[in-house]
Ligand binder design. Structure first.
Ligand SMILES: Nc1ncnc2c1ncn2[C@@H]1O[C@H](COP(=O)(O)OP(=O)(O)OP(=O)(O)O)[C@@H](O)[C@H]1O
Ligand SMILES: [Mg+2]
Length: 270
């Protein structure tokens, strides 16, 4: 596969750091080349957003990220008429901007969005690749370089919020998970500046805490939290305090569960 061509510098060197777990970078680039939309699923803090930022930079594409929430409507994505000095002016939303520019539109936690969002995504995510703007009467054909990427965390999904098959089946999908320990140590060391030998016990602890998911914990500790913990240690906080603040308190409000987690942490980190 030929790498993307760029006028400025080496995009791999300047892209945000991302350590791949497998062939996801090649798969992303192939999907982009073939005009296929991509769905990323996986637990919180495992690298989905970083992956998209990395690939956008590598491919030299503008990136429009939207954090979806339960009030997000189709008009928030496509745009609306706004009052400006007495005039009503059409203002593109992030999805429309990405289509016009031929960039990437990344909808984070897409299952949260209101149902009418599917109506604008469907014609854009099948072979038509069009964005109808009802309000302006325009119908934008997405340029070749446009790509839609969505992500969600299957763990939080309620039946009410699940993506409909007619939506899911418009995407190529990649499942994300936490990296294997040796790679996760390398990522946390790079991100925080803490030496690998001091990161290692934190990653071991994360593995133990992740094993409690579903029993005492709703969600296992994320790579993001291990990076926070390591950053606090680099700044001089003793390990036990950093672990409590970054890897235990954010996980639970239950005193019993917290006490049990502290015991696990003492056994692993000291
Ligand atoms: N493979 C990776 N390469 C580089 N950094 C990573 C990787 N995985 C996780 N990280 C680190 O973990 C942090 C959290 O990752 P990110 O924000 O991409 O998670 P996410 O999967 O988008 O989570 P959420 O679902 O909560 O949005 C990053 O800021 C980065 O420091
Ligand atoms: Mg994210």
């Amino acid at each position: 596969m030929k790498p993307a061509v760029h006028a400025l510098g080496d995009p791999l060197a300047t892209a945000p750091f991302y350590a791949p777990a497998g062939n996801e970078c090649a798969l992303f680039e192939l999907a982009w080349r073939r005009g296929l939309p991509l769905l990323l699923k996986g637990p919180t803090g495992c690298g989905k957003t970083r992956f998209v930022a990395h690939m956008a930079a590598r491919l030299g594409l503008p990136l429009h990220t939207v954090a979806c929430h339960d009030d997000l409507t189709a008009a928030d994505l496509t745009g609306r008429y706004l009052l400006r000095g007495g005039d009503t002016v059409w203002t593109d939303g992030p999805l429309t901007r990405a289509v016009r520019e031929g960039g990437i539109c990344y909808l984070d936690e897409v299952v949260e969005a209101r149902k009418d969002v599917a109506v604008v995504l469907h014609p854009l995510t099948d072979d038509r690749r069009i964005l109808p703007l009802e309000r302006t009467g325009e119908e934008l054909a997405a340029p070749k370089s446009f790509m839609l990427v969505v992500s969600y965390n299957p763990g939080y999904q309620s039946l009410l919020k699940a993506l409909k098959p007619s939506t899911r089946q418009r995407f190529v999908a990649i499942e994300f998970d936490f990296l294997p320990p040796a790679q996760e140590v390398a990522v946390v060391a790079t991100e925080s500046g803490l030496p690998a030998e001091r990161v290692r016990p934190l990653v071991t602890l994360a593995g133990r805490l992740r094993a409690l998911k579903g029993h005492d914990l709703e969600e296992g500790v994320s790579t993001r939290l291990i990076v926070y913990c390591a950053s606090l240690m680099v700044a001089g906080l003793p390990a036990a305090e950093a672990v409590l603040a970054a890897m235990i308190e954010p996980l639970t409000d239950e005193p019993d569960v917290k006490a049990a987690l502290i015991e696990v942490a003492k056994a692993v980190v000291g």
